[in-house]
Ligand binder design. Structure first.
Ligand code: PBG
Length: 358
């Protein structure tokens, strides 16, 4: 499925890249100049976030970093994502390239990663996350509050292919006495914003982080409060993945990349993904989760975890929240996610997860 890799390089010594990358270097410091290969999808968003990580890894290691483009089935297929297997489609080709030593590391949007971690691979670093919220990109600078009144028949047509966004937008509109119609769309960020600029839809909902990374956050007309629309677990965070035991040029790459890890982001997204896993929900389930830190001035005091699951028509939402000490380990973060998921299941969450539900 991978086509011929093409490369772009960060840092010096890119010319010598192809013959030696990946081979264990016997000469200590000298081998540190040989390039690291970063596997990336071709999309504008993937290229933007891989480029940013490439810069950071170059600065960290002093080594050139070259981008190796990998085409995934999710990029090629025009079929609906659900029909070709959901979450894993964007990820598996990159993981295959890691396992076959074609690339040294990969960058994923954390929210697109399945919650189960393959044995031989590690999320070596989860850097500090971007704004995790969703945003509205609406015509004429409008917002959720102002859009319906100026739309045809008083009904704002809002594009999103995400059951999570549909459920929460519909519930929000219902509770505010406003009429919206959620219209299923898919495609990359440019395509989705295009539905608004070409007049086909009144608005679309997107992740702030994606728009920021491709330089289009200025087109957002409203940041959606997490109390109204809770983002997807892991939204706004990246994961840098590599082989667990891979030695590149005599150094354990995972240990080096770990310097880019942000411990607060890691515990937060670990709790969010644990909640998702414990609900036995996939990426297409209407589940939102967000862990955030509460601070007293500069001092972080507690972590709050919020979770939501709903019916896509917005008639039923199970929304819960818990606040406690900041987890001091991944195990504690996992436990927190599981506890909140168990409470959500008690309140009927399973019945809201479509055919996956019992
Ligand atoms: N579902 C696709 C996807 N995967 C990651 C992002 C960007 C945001 C992020 O990294 O969390 C997006 C676009 C979106 O949801 O608008």
């Amino acid at each position: 499925m991978n086509d011929t890799p093409s490369t772009a390089a960060w840092g010096k010594a890119a010319a010598g890249a192809h013959s030696t990358a990946g081979a264990p270097g016997p000469h200590g410091a000298v081998s540190d100049q040989r390039p690291l290969r970063l596997g990336t999808r071709r999309s504008k968003l993937a290229m933007a976030q891989s480029g940013q990580v490439a810069q950071a890894v170059h600065q960290l290691t002093g080594r050139p970093v070259e981008l190796v483009e990998i085409t995934t089935y999710g990029d090629v297929s025009r079929e609906h994502l659900a029909q070709i297997g959901g979450t894993g489609v964007f990820v598996s080709a990159l993981r295959d390239a890691l396992l076959s030593h074609e690339i040294d590391f990969a960058v994923h949007s954390l929210k697109d990663l399945p919650t189960a971690q393959p044995d031989d691979l590690v999320l070596a670093a989860i850097p500090a996350r971007e704004d995790p919220r969703d945003v509205l990109v609406a015509r004429d600078g409008l917002t959720l509050e102002t859009l319906p009144a100026s739309s045809r028949n008083g009904v704002a047509r809002i594009g999103t292919g995400s059951p999570r966004r549909m459920a929460q937008l519909n519930a929000w509109a219902r509770s505010h006495g406003l009429e919206i119609e959620t219209v299923p769309i898919r495609g990359n960020i440019d395509t989705r914003v295009g539905f608004v600029t070409d007049g086909e839809l009144d608005a679309v909902v997107l992740a702030a982080a994606g728009l920021t990374r491709i330089g289009r956050i200025g087109e957002a007309t409203q940041f959606l409060d997490a109390d109204a629309v809770l983002p997807a677990p892991g939204q706004g965070a990246l994961a840098i993945e590599c082989l667990a035991v891979h030695q590149v040029h005599g150094t354990a790459l995972a240990a080096q990349l770990a310097e880019l890890d942000d411990p607060y982001t890691r515990v937060a997204v670990t709790a969010e993904r644990s909640l998702l896993a414990a609900l036995e929900a996939g990426c297409s389930a209407p589940v939102g989760a967000l862990a955030d830190l509460l601070a007293d001035g500069q001092i972080v005091t507690e972590m709050r975890l919020r979770g939501v699951v709903g019916s896509t028509d917005g008639t039923t939402l199970v929304q819960l929240s818990t606040t406690g000490p900041v987890p001091s380990s991944s195990e504690e973060a996992v436990a927190l996610g599981r506890e909140l998921a168990a409470e959500m299941l008690d309140k009927g969450a399973a019945g809201l997860m479509g055919e996956r539900a019992l």
